[in-house]
Design a protein around this ligand. Structure first.
Ligand code: SF4
Length: 349
């Protein structure tokens, strides 16, 4: 089997070229084709000689993901099912957002694993098995494909990327950080890391690691309950990563990076939507500079949770705001095509 050329670092690529009697600067050209121009075949590398392209073809392959299916929601959201080289499928979503009738944001939501090993009770992916981690190129390719959709459908490039699709990004730490590097590097897509948010269900040890690695992107914690007993019920990862441990890890992350945390909170009807829950959330947010995104829930067939009602939501958000917490209420997008948060499960149309 030929080697996947995108698994080589720039240095390894250069070594390979010099060992094989090719000029070193060719490695830089190839690297640029792979990560800056997102080439999906050696034939596209037109500034390389035909013989160099043939040598590359004989030794390596590029494994681009392909769009298997694409669905457009009534609200303009586009969900794609991407096929990986081994036949596995993952999903990614383009979410265009308007402000005053103008396009304000073009957000790509990408997956980091095929399936997920965490079994959050409200999430469709949590009912699938985790099959494998995505490599950096597979995450990068989702961004490239969704950026292409943004340009084709809305004549605008991506402005933001969230790692909030299938999988727990911090359980695929190395590849996720490598993909961010390819997306943000001047030798790659050159996007600002401040436009990227990695969302975790809460792996305290890896949140600390992000701090030690002084990452420049944003971090979101899917909190959904600021009370261990309730959080244990909906997110079993909380049993080994308690709120106390997560709070300490987030404080450490903030100390090392200076980046404010985003807490994601779904208001489930009759579960975590009382004023006492709001009070617990407020107390937890005080541990670290943070803002709260309240996310509308999208019921899934596998579970019985329901979205709270608008009045309760207003009271909950109002309480937090009265305490000085920055609160955004995020309406759900792409519900009609199962593209909303927690609904990605590789369902065939
Ligand atoms: S919410 Fe995220 S971490 Fe939890 S099961 Fe779903 S994909 Fe996995």
């Amino acid at each position: 089997m030929k080697q996947d050329i995108r698994k080589l670092t720039a240095v390894q690529l250069k070594d390979w070229f010099t060992k094989n009697g090719e000029q070193g600067f060719r490695a830089k050209q190839v690297h640029e084709w792979l990560w800056k121009k997102s080439a999906s075949s050696f034939e596209q590398m037109t500034n390389l000689s035909l013989s160099t392209r043939e040598v590359l073809n004989a030794n390596f392959e590029i494994r681009p993901l392909t769009v298997d299916q694409q669905q457009k929601s009534n609200d303009g959201t586009i969900k794609s099912s991407f096929k990986l080289f081994d036949g596995n499928l993952v999903e990614g979503v383009l979410i265009p957002a308007l402000r005053n009738d103008d396009l304000d944001r073009m957000t790509a939501c990408v997956s980091s694993q095929v399936g997920c090993s965490l079994t959050c009770k409200f999430c469709a992916t949590g009912y699938m098995d985790r099959k494998r981690n995505l490599d950096a190129a597979e995450i990068y390719d989702q961004v490239v494909a969704i950026d292409r959709q943004a340009k084709e459908n809305y004549d605008a490039p991506l402005t933001n990327i969230v790692y909030m699709g299938m999988g727990e990004p911090l359980l695929n730490y190395k590849n996720v950080l490598e993909s961010v590097d390819r997306i943000t590097s001047p030798d790659g897509l050159g996007m600002s890391p401040k436009r990227i948010t990695v969302s975790t269900a809460g792996i305290a040890k890896m949140i600390r690691q992000l701090g030690d690695d002084a990452v420049k992107f944003n971090l979101a914690l899917s909190l959904h309950a600021a009370n261990d007993q309730k959080r244990d019920q909906i997110m079993p990862i909380n049993e080994s990563n308690t709120l106390e441990a997560l709070g300490d890890a987030l404080a450490y992350f903030y100390k090392k990076t200076g980046t404010r945390i985003t807490f994601e909170y779904i208001l489930f009807y009759n579960f975590n939507d009382t004023l006492q829950d709001a009070q617990e959330l407020w107390k937890f947010t005080k541990r670290v500079p943070a803002k709260v995104n309240i996310i509308e829930y999208n019921p899934i067939a596998e579970a019985n949770f329901k979205n709270t009602d608008p009045q309760t939501l207003d009271k909950f958000a109002g309480y937090l705001e009265s305490k000085g917490v920055i609160v955004n209420v995020r309406r759900s997008r792409g519900k009609d095509i199962d593209a909303a948060c927690g609904q990605l499960a590789g369902k065939k149309v």
